[in-house]
Structure formats: structure tokens, C-alpha cells
Design a binder for this molecule. Structure first.
Ligand code: ZN
Length: 275
């Protein structure tokens, strides 16, 4: 697990074992807010150890940006914390999430202790504000990657914990392309200093507009290519031939995992647009 200090009271933790997934922490004398956890308990335990034993703060809140296991598996390691998420996050974690962790435990013995912990404080449509000393964390829906996605904005610092709404490659298999486009279009107007992506590196102020533009261009490109393939009667299998680079993205980020995400996007889009 890599640790980066983004500002006086903000830390970002990045997994070294799974797809550069991130967790963030905002640390105040009153306690810490953890935005997401990491998929494997050993790495989330290292975060807990750092916050509690090195910094001497208690984790009071966990924010789940969405229900996917790579972000929520560590909830159970903080029994004293209040878990906050979208209403749909609770619903999905309780169904899809429970089935998923049972399967995952069969593959990965290191997940044996993981227990599903559902968010108890729920966001529906409007924002939730968390007041932490002099700082305010605003939680609001940012669907597209999944229907339950939310982001957390540290208002005074203009740091956005975006969850998987921002990644080096947008991923819409469990979500919706049009929603993702609408969500991304709102980002440049937010006046941000940094974006903590759900996977990958921190996006700095001067890089934000270009990162968003590149993701929007990619989404437009895959939609047009899949529509065209369907119109020409190409089979589903042909989606494997649409190269990530012809859609304007590099195959390098996330240690190459983006190419699998890309193919999954195309197949999901093909299924949706051809019915
Ligand atoms: Zn993720």
C-alpha cells in the first residue's frame, strides 16, 4: 500500500496488489473520515494502523463511494465507524455484494475474515454535509460507473474524492454511458484543486480539464464504434478487435488492466445497444 500526503490533513492510500485502487482519509482532531477501503484486509489494516497508531485519530466515518468490493471490503475493520453511502449502495451490497464475497472467498483465502457491513447513513438524491471541525465534506451522487456512485468534496480544500467516476479509463459495465457523460461534464465547473480517482494517480488542478475531456472523448468514441458495428451486422465477438488506442486511450495505465476494462465496456455497450 502506497501512502501520499496530499495536504496537511489529507492522505491517499493506493493498493499495490489490485488495480491501483485508492482510499482517502481526511484527518481532524475530532476524528478521521475514510473515503473507501482497500480490497484486501492486509492493506486496509495498514491504513488503520497508520491513522490510529501513527496519527492517533479514530476513524469516525467511512464513506463508500459505491458498493463494489474493491472499495467496500474493508468496512468491517472499523466497527466503531459510521458507514455512509448511497441508498442503492446499501441495497446492492446487501444482494450482489453478499453473493460476490462468498464467491471471492473461495478464490482468495486472504478474504476469509471479510464481513459485509452495510452503510447505515444513506444518501438518496440531495447532498449530505459532514462537518469536521472547520472543514466540510459534501457527499453527492455522481452516477455512471454504477447507479449508486457518489463523490465526496472537501469544500474548503477543493479536493474531490471521485470514486470510480474518475479513472484513467471510464468503466460503465455496471452503470450507464449517458449518466457518466452528464456526471463528467459537471467536473470542470467545480473549481477543483485535486481529484482523487478511484483507481490510479492523483489528478492535479492543471490536468483536470484534459483528463475529463479525454474520458468524454473516449466514451463518445466507443459509442460510435459500437453503434457502427451493430449497424453493419458485426457479431459480438468483433468487439474484441476494437483497439483501445483507436478509441484515444493508452493501454498502459493501471498496469495494463485498462485493456480488459475497455473490452468489457464494448461488450456491455454492444449488449445494450443491440437489444
Ligand atoms: Zn473500483
Amino acid at each position: 500500500m502506497l501512502r501520499e500526503r496530499v495536504s496537511d490533513d489529507i492522505y491517499v492510500f493506493t493498493s499495490e496488489v489490485y488495480a491501483q485502487v485508492t482510499a482517502g482519509a481526511a484527518v481532524y482532531p475530532e476524528g478521521a473520515v475514510l473515503i473507501d477501503t482497500l480490497p484486501f484486509p492486509a492493506e486496509t489494516r495498514a491504513i488503520k494502523d497508520f491513522l490510529e497508531n501513527r496519527l492517533g485519530v479514530r476513524v469516525r466515518y467511512i464513506v463508500n463511494t459505491h458498493y463494489h468490493a474493491d472499495h467496500t471490503n474493508g468496512n468491517y475493520l472499523f466497527p466503531g465507524a459510521q458507514v455512509i453511502g448511497h441508498r442503492l449502495c446499501r441495497q446492492r451490497l446487501d444482494t450482489v455484494g453478499r453473493r460476490g464475497i462468498t464467491r471471492a472467498k473461495e478464490q482468495s483465502p486472504e478474504l476469509a475474515d471479510v464481513e459485509i457491513v452495510l452503510p447505515q447513513t444513506l444518501l438518496s438524491n440531495g447532498p449530505i454535509l459532514l462537518h469536521l471541525g472547520k472543514k466540510t465534506l459534501q457527499l453527492f451522487p455522481t452516477p455512471g460507473h454504477s447507479p449508486d456512485s457518489l463523490s465526496a468534496l472537501l469544500k474548503e480544500d477543493r479536493i474531490l474524492f471521485a470514486g470510480d467516476m474518475m479513472m484513467p479509463l471510464p468503466h460503465i459495465v455496471d452503470g450507464d454511458l449517458e449518466e457518466m457523460v452528464r456526471t463528467l461534464q459537471a467536473v470542470p465547473g467545480m473549481g477543483l484543486e485535486n481529484i482523487v480517482q478511484g483507481h490510479g494517480e492523483l489528478v492535479l488542478r492543471g490536468e483536470i480539464d484534459e483528463a475529463v475531456r479525454s474520458n468524454l472523448k473516449y466514451l463518445d468514441s466507443i459509442r460510435r464504434k459500437v453503434e457502427q458495428a451493430i449497424k453493419r451486422g458485426r457479431p459480438r465477438q468483433a468487439m474484441h478487435d476494437i483497439d483501445i488506442e483507436t478509441c484515444g486511450k493508452s493501454r498502459i495505465p493501471l498496469n495494463g488492466a485498462v485493456t480488459q476494462l475497455h473490452t468489457a465496456n464494448l461488450l456491455a455497450l454492444y449488449d445494450r445497444l443491440s437489444t
